[in-house]
Ligand binder design. Structure first.
Ligand code: SAM
Ligand code: DTB
Ligand code: SF4
Length: 327
């Protein structure tokens, strides 16, 4: 469809973010309805399969070995524990299971242990997603061969602001991992974090990078910074919630067919703010009591919220594909 563009100029996206809120919401919701069923929300559950002691220095992250947080580190979980968690998530109604590891990149030995996890979760009839850090082209192909559906690797912010948040790997490193993921035939999940002290121009820069990838990511997580004591970004001035909504709306406009996920930060968002984000085009959430290491919105609160808003969750990968085909 002609609305799918890959030549967004930063100024155009800034102009969207600058619109009066009602104009921006009206436009985003129109795009949303042309490409998606506006009553459907996709649900993913997260599990940290290897926690803490990460060599990277991401300023937002409680798992970095560079920061002094309360977090207890954990080795890679055994296969049976992972499968038990996936089964529990399926019983709660999640259709995708995302496994995250606090690595700079997996070694080939690490990867050998991840492949059976992917196969076992697939056998439960769930979609699979992993986020393991940087990947080589060959590692991406091996993950695909094991049946992996999605790889999550975030650009996090604009190229200019990036160096203020992370120094141990470059923006280009991240783009290269995304290329390997795409080339292997995996679906791409990539987005960013808002509320790190970045400017509106930085938020436009992040969206520009995402939308101008050779193909739009299938899934775009928009996280609101979860401030954890001991991390360098703890104490950052919180983002105006309307600025968060604006960014979700602009993401919907520049990536019309992607699933935009209202990701970290929902725990502290009001029901009304979340409803506004769904109107602006968010149609996916993390579901379950925990993100990787921090609390998520409780599942019963989410169920009640979706019901109050007349929203329903996707029944599984089949329905998500059908929706995508209509896009
Ligand atoms: N270590 C791997 C990596 O960074 O690629 C995978 C796990 S990492 C925790 C996955 C993503 O979680 C990060 O890219 C970041 O966008 C998000 N994240 C981490 N800490 C966060 C926080 N405190 N608030 C919001 N998002 C966060
Ligand atoms: C993403 O964009 N957000 C998720 C997932 N991808 C892996 C992670 C959020 C982590 C929030 C902080 C924590 O719980 O450790
Ligand atoms: Fe490590 Fe990922 Fe956290 Fe960065 S975001 S410190 S790479 S776990």
């Amino acid at each position: 469809m002609s609305e799918l563009r890959h030549d967004w100029r930063r100024e155009e996206i800034e102009a969207l973010l600058d619109l009066p809120l009602n104009d921006l919401l009206y436009r985003a919701h129109g795009v949303h309805r042309r490409h998606h069923d506006p009553h459907l929300i996709q649900t993913s559950s997260l599990l940290s399969i290897k926690t803490g002691a990460c060599p990277e220095d991401c300023g937002y992250c409680p798992q970095s070995a560079h920061h002094h947080t309360e977090l207890a580190r954990e080795r890679l979980l055994p296969l049976d524990e992972v499968v038990a968690e996936a089964r529990a998530a399926r019983e709660r109604g999640a259709t995708r299971f995302c496994m995250g590891a606090a690595w700079r990149n997996p070694t080939d030995t690490n990867l050998e242990r991840i492949l059976p996890m992917i196969e076992a979760v697939k056998d439960l009839g769930m979609e699979t997603c992993v986020t393991l850090g940087m990947l080589t082209a060959d590692q991406a192909r091996r993950l695909r061969a094991a049946g992996l559906d999605y790889y999550n690797h975030n650009l996090d912010t604009s190229p200019e602001f990036y160096g203020r948040v992370i120094t141990t790997r470059t923006y280009q490193d991240r783009l290269e991992t995304l290329e390997h993921v795409r080339a292997a035939g995996l679906k791409v999940c990539t987005g960013g974090i808002l509320g790190m002290g970045e400017s509106r121009r930085d938020r436009a820069g992040l969206l520009q990078q995402l939308a101008n990838l050779p193909r739009h990511p299938e899934s775009v997580p928009i996280n609101n910074l979860v401030q954890v004591e001991g991390t360098p970004l703890h104490g950052t001035e919180p983002l105006d919630p309307f600025e968060f909504v604006r960014t979700v709306a602009a993401a919907r406009i520049v990536m019309p067919a992607s699933w935009v996920r209202l990701s970290a930060g929902r725990h502290d968002m009001s029901d009304e703010l979340q409803a506004l984000c769904f109107f602006a085009g968010a149609n996916s959430i993390f579901y379950g009591e925990k993100l990787l290491t921090t609390p998520n919105a409780p599942a019963d609160r989410d169920r009640a919220l979706l019901e109050r808003l007349g929203l329903r969750t996707t029944a599984g990968p089949g329905e998500e594909e059908a929706v995508r085909r209509r896009a």
